[in-house]
Design a protein around this ligand. Structure first.
Ligand SMILES: Cc1ncc(COP(=O)(O)O)c(C=O)c1O
Length: 372
């Protein structure tokens, strides 16, 4: 039986064996033609939200401060814009794609200076159907390396600014790459980040068993909005780990697409709703929607069986008083935030693995429903 965990692990032993040969990330993204435009300028940061904070500040200084976000999004991203002094607008999302419908985006585009597009959970946003000529586009590819728009163009080739994460699709400590079509005045010298030992142990195969025994009984996390904008250059180990992970990612994404057909079949058989999949999806995860009344209990019970899932983004920005937003204006984002369960999907899963996963989910839901 395979492991079911949204967190990917690496072997510390292999890492230590590599010793001091760590080298800075080469231009894999260009080599693999993920990014076709060689003129993009790369900027590395410890975290994506910090990269975005400096980008938002820079855009604001140029008078570009009205920015549109999908209402179903990571609150830290929006907090970066808020702290940078931007004017924040939201649009509700569709419950099948988890993203802003294109006609809504087009309407909003007339009212704002910047649109922030996320290829949420690897589902490519239909960039080619839109005219972006008079607006600044920030393209967030944190979940979508190797996703293809129209199953043809890699995500990351459409934005004026493009964000990649070095640690979300491959196991790593942290790290973000911001690409810009023009020079940015991030006129500070970044100190190299230290190694976050806690995180290193958390993602290591060697400690996996002990950590999972603990995680089995852990309550659900409620992370606070991160109020730290201390920009650092990723540690060399981050580049090295990304290089390792990136080599395997293309095949991993292809493999996930193949196995996804069982997820779709079983989700339909069990009457579960889910985020649609397109040819070209990178399948960061497979997200299902369950009754909000039992969602958290389903997640906790799955943990007892060592099936570790997520509930991204249960903490949508509208749930925070900060942005002066009424939840009623974004019913779909609110519904998604309360019903989502992100299931792990891996290329090495078999049909039997997927059946086991869905049977467990189905049994748990059935039992919990009988109790309410
Ligand atoms: C889609 C997306 N982009 C960017 C970020 C910010 O990335 P980081 O965790 O590197 O700050 C997040 C945060 O989880 C995210 O979900």
């Amino acid at each position: 039986m395979s492991k079911f965990d949204v967190i990917d692990r690496i072997s510390l032993f292999n890492l230590l064996r590599k010793g001091s040969n760590f080298k800075k990330m080469p231009h894999e993204l260009l080599e693999k033609k993920i990014i076709k435009n060689k003129e993009y300028i790369p900027y590395y940061f410890n975290y994506g939200r910090i990269a975005l904070y400096y980008l938002f500040k820079e855009l604001r200084a140029k008078g570009k401060k009205r920015i549109l976000f999908p209402a179903f999004i990571c609150p830290n991203i929006v907090y970066s814009a808020y702290k940078a002094g931007c004017e924040i607008y939201f649009a509700d999302v569709d419950v099948e794609t988890f993203n802003i419908p294109t006609e809504v985006l087009e309407r909003f585009a007339r009212k704002v200076d910047i649109i922030f597009i996320v290829h949420t959970f690897g589902l490519p946003y239909p960039m080619t159907t839109l005219d972006f000529s008079n607006i600044i586009v920030i393209e967030d590819c944190a979940h979508s390396i190797f996703s293809k728009v129209d199953n043809k163009h890699y995500t990351g080739n459409f934005g004026d600014y493009v964000l990649f994460s070095l640690y979300k699709q491959t196991p790593n400590l942290n790290g973000a790459l911001l690409l810009s079509r023009i020079h940015c005045n991030f006129n500070f010298f970044l100190k190299k980040d230290t190694i976050n030992l806690k995180r290193l142990i958390f993602i290591s195969k060697e400690f996996e068993f002990i950590i999972d025994e603990y995680r089995k009984y852990k309550e659900l996390e409620v992370p606070k909005i991160k109020d730290d904008f201390n920009a650092k250059m990723p540690n060399d180990i981050v580049f090295s780990l990304f290089e390792e992970g990136f080599k395997k990612l293309e095949d991993e994404v292809k493999g996930r697409y193949k196995i996804a057909k069982y997820y779709l079949e079983l989700a339909d058989d069990f009457g579960l709703k889910y985020q649609i999949i397109l040819k070209g999806s990178s399948l960061f995860n497979f997200s299902i929607l369950v009754d909000p009344k039992i969602r958290d209990q389903v997640l906790l019970t799955l943990r007892r069986y060592k099936i570790f899932c997520d509930r991204t983004w249960f903490n949508i920005p509208a749930k925070y008083g900060l942005f002066n937003l009424s939840i009623d204006k974004f019913p779909n984002a609110y519904y998604l935030s309360n019903s989502i369960i992100n299931l792990p999907i891996r290329s090495n899963y078999t049909k039997e693995d997927v059946e086991y996963l869905f049977m467990k989910i189905y049994d748990i839901i059935k039992k919990l429903k009988n109790l309410i």
